[in-house]
Design a protein around this ligand. Structure first.
Ligand code: CP
Ligand code: NVA
Length: 303
């Protein structure tokens, strides 16, 4: 039987995302009450990370442990991937030993190749194209404060990158409006834009994007893999710092979101990320709860 993978947010329907978020909130409650819930006893999750991570790695390892299972972490240096063993062979071998595999890699096509040769669920922990696990946590963070995200307005101000693409997919799946402001040359992928038509607008104007938004969201100007462009990016993104002026254009109760890691004074001013409208620590925490709900769904352990 073909396993159920989570390579993009599009692998879930809007209703499934809503149910998953509801479940994530329940699992969060169980944990806060100190209740044990271990449906994944005896299961093993492998994590292959070709890029750095704090939140994604720790939330998957901790989540798997809380669900009663175990996890193992493989950097390319520890496996034969760095020595030229084909990704297809690695997928075939690992999926005969472990029960699910989480991958953070460079090219999205590598993730797709891996998944095509895996007999167990594969989860995207970030590629150059998207970061769907982040969006599960971000949507949970909004819903637990305000209820359904349908009909709301979100401003993405910054790089049209992997996280932006997942916000675009979320807008289409969950029926909200996403106004993107990105500097010239940093626009999101045109195929993703086409697929999200009617839910996404694109400009180069942060003020316009922020107008009347329920959420203002950004990401680092220099993502992993683009370090050599750092100086150029800092010049190109001038005027895109989310400061109190930009936040004042959004709704008075707008939330500020950021997937983290954040760079104060660049994409966001310290007074915003450390201020009362910021929900970034809840977003980070919700990575744990929403990914536990995702594991439950992919392992099909919940009736
Ligand atoms: N937001 C996020 O994915 O963080 P890490 O890179 O620390 O995993
Ligand atoms: N866009 C960033 C996200 C990090 C979690 C990157 O790809 O580095």
């Amino acid at each position: 039987m073909t396993p159920r993978h989570f390579l993009s947010l599009r692998d879930l329907s809007g209703d499934e995302i809503r149910r998953l978020v509801k479940r994530a909130c329940e699992l969060k409650e169980y944990l806060k009450r100190g209740e044990r819930y271990e449906p994944l006893r005896g299961k093993t999750l492998a994590l292959i990370f070709e890029k750095s991570s704090t939140r994604t790695r720790v939330s998957f390892e901790t989540g798997m442990n809380q669900l009663g299972g175990g996890s193992l972490f493989l950097s390319p240096r520890d496996s034969h991937l760095d020595r030229g063993e084909p990704i297809e062979d690695t997928a075939r071998v690992l999926s005969r030993m472990v029960d699910a595999i989480v991958i953070r890699t460079h090219a999205h096509t590598e993730l797709e190749t891996f998944a095509a040769h895996s007999n167990v669920p594969v989860i995207n922990a970030l590629t150059d194209k998207c970061h769907p696990c982040q969006l599960l946590a971000d949507v949970q963070t909004y819903i637990e404060r305000r209820g359904d995200i349908k009909g709301s307005t979100v401003a993405w101000i910054g790089d049209g990158n992997n996280v932006c693409h997942s916000w675009m997919n979320a807008a289409a799946l969950l029926d909200f409006q996403l106004h993107i402001a990105a500097p010239a040359g940093y626009e999101p992928d045109s195929a993703v834009l086409d697929a999200c038509r009617g839910h996404v607008t694109l400009s180069q104007d942060p003020n316009r994007a922020a107008h009347h938004a329920d959420i203002v969201v950004t990401d680092a100007w220099t993502g992993m893999g683009y370090e050599e462009e750092k100086a150029k990016r800092e010049r190109d993104f001038a005027g895109f710092t989310i400061d109190e002026n930009i936040m004042s254009l959004a709704k008075p109760d707008a939330m500020f979101m950021h997937c983290l890691p954040a760079y104060r004074g660049q994409e966001v001013a310290a007074e915003v990320i450390d201020g009362p409208q910021s929900v970034v620590w809840d977003e980070a925490e919700n990575r744990l709860h929403s990914q536990k709900a995702l594991l439950e769904l992919l392992f099909a352990v919940r009736s």
